[in-house]
Each structure stands twice: as C-alpha cells, then as structure tokens.
Design a binder for this molecule. Structure first.
Ligand SMILES: [Zn+2]
Length: 221
C-alpha cells in the first residue's frame, strides 16, 4: 500500500533520525521479527535516497532508519545513469515514495578524482572513467561560480544531480511541480555525522522542528 505521508513529513522524520545518529542516540527502529514479517507482503518506504557507494555513508544507519524505511540507490559519486533513474522511477512512480534525496558526502573520492583530472592529474582508462565524466560538469559549474574548495565541489555536485533528476525525469518533475513529491540535495559530514541540507524542491518545506514520531514509522522502537 503506498504511503500517504507528505514529503515534508518524511524529510522531518529522516532529519530527526540523523540528529539521533549524530548525537549517539540511535534507536535502531523497525528491526525486529514483527517488522520482517510485515514486510514480507510489501514495502512502503518513506524516501528514496541516491547516495555515494562509499563505505562511510551507510544510508539507513545515518538516518537511524530500519527495514523497509528507505529505498536506497548507491553509485560511486552518486552519479546518474539509466539503471539509477529506472530505480528511482520505480520508487517514485510505482511505490509512490514522496521524497527523493540525493546525498553527497564529505571527503568524496569520486569528486576528488574528478577535480584532480580537471587539473591534469590523469583520467582512468577503465570503467572508473565514467565517474570522472559524470562528476566533472558539477565541478566546472562550481568553479564557474567562483568556488574552489572540495567541500563546495561536493555540495555543488549533489545539487546538480538533484537538478538533473528533475530535468531528465518528466514524471518526477510533474510531481515536484504539484508538490506531491519533494526532492532534497544534501551532504553527509563524515566527521560529525550530520546531514546538511543543500537545496529543496517541490513538496519539502524547510524549517520544521523534528516532530513526534507515531508508531510504526522510522525512529520508533
Ligand atoms: Zn563518495
């Protein structure tokens, strides 16, 4: 059964989960045998997250979420491709997930490699080349805005991937336009465990305080 939760509510719950994680107060919700049994008959995740594959960015852990809570897609450098957009389309259009998050992170190797390549540091000749190809436009855009710090390249890249998702996926764009789906660009900071919000689109409103979480949603025990 599709979730009826709003994008803003989903983002509020995930931000609250991240606050718990960052302050060493994770509840590890929705991990018991009852939850597993319930999920046998279907899933009803509250968000789809496109994140970097980096081992330091485990999506469910950093949002203190459990089984069935988040539909996760991960590629190195959170780069897009047909399979990635197909997966996100399934989540948004078939599962009716209300929130899409593009999650970059601090100290991203793919972003660093692309920046190095732009500066003449060499381009890999194997499959890793695609990482350079798909991160480089973000770095060039950041530089065009006068940015030179790696942190800012990472922020610009997550924001650019979110923009590209909306531009390339017409059904998603329509849902963002009418507010039924929200898209967030965010960046996970490895050092302190927090997720910073970079940009929001559609049905996501900023400035909400973390709400009380009703039973059965992420963050409950
Ligand atoms: Zn990364």
């Amino acid at each position: 059964m599709p979730t009826q939760m709003s994008a803003a509510k989903a983002w509020e719950l995930l931000r609250a989960g991240n606050a718990r994680f960052a302050s060493h107060d994770s509840h590890h919700p929705n991990m018991d045998a009852d939850r597993r049994r319930t999920l046998r008959d279907g899933q009803n995740p509250i968000a789809v997250v496109l994140a970097c594959s980096d081992s330091r960015v485990p999506v469910e852990l950093i949002f203190d979420a459990g089984l069935g809570d988040i539909f996760v897609v991960r590629t190195a450098g959170e780069i897009l491709g047909e399979s990635v957009m197909g997966s996100i389309s399934f989540a948004v259009n078939s599962l009716e997930v209300p929130l899409v998050i593009v999650l970059g992170h601090e100290a991203c190797g793919a972003v660093k490699a692309a920046a190095t390549a732009i500066d003449g540091g060499g381009i890999p000749d194997d499959h890793q080349r695609v990482l350079i190809e798909r991160v480089t436009p973000s770095i060039l855009a950041a530089r065009g805005e006068g940015k030179s710090a790696t942190d800012d390249f990472e922020r610009r890249h997550a924001g650019e991937v979110a923009n590209q998702l909306i531009q390339r996926m017409p059904k998603l764009a329509a849902k963002v336009a009418d507010g039924t789906v929200g898209v967030v660009a965010a960046r996970y900071q490895i050092t302190d465990g927090t997720v910073e919000t970079l940009a929001t689109h559609g049905g996501v409103q900023e400035g909400h305080a973390p709400a009380e979480m009703p039973p059965g949603e992420p963050g409950t025990q």
